[in-house]
Design a protein. Sequence first.
Length: 190
Amino acid sequence: MGLKGKSCLVLNGDYSPLNVCTALKGAKMVFTGRAEVVEGKINGLRTVSAQYPVPTVIRINHKIRLRDVRVRLSRKAVLSRDRYICQYCGSTAPNMTVDHLMPKHRGGEFSWENLVCACPRCNSHKGDRTLAEAGMKVLSRPKEPSYFILSLLYHTQKGLPDESWGKYLPPSLWQLAIQEIIGVSKNISP
């Protein structure tokens, strides 16, 4: 078992969730003494003289005081929020685009609520029309994600988070994370 493609839940010094990082970054934090392994997969990392667990949950050694952290709006953040799934047809493709629900030339803003991930085919079909004019619906209403949820979505693109994370997340946050990852949504129009 290696570190490639593995994610690690990062807990604050008081065991509250901070974010999600790669298992490699988590292992580096442990080896440099900035964090400790709370949960890990046994016999994951081997050196000439020892074996170490692949960290799935780590706790940093001090408490970080957080203010409300807002996620910076960017193309990559919108695509991560939507899990690289076209919000019109539900397809996935390597060349996803970002589409304005309300076209820019009609006053559509560059905002979390107006941007969605779209495949090139759907983006071209919608063009500079509104959803109603194009006869299209979105799979889920776009909204600004929390920093934690976005880091979770970004680092778990290839599957669900480790089951051990559920012990360290408030039940409502764990359920929200699972819903976001599974993509529980209904066809709605904004």
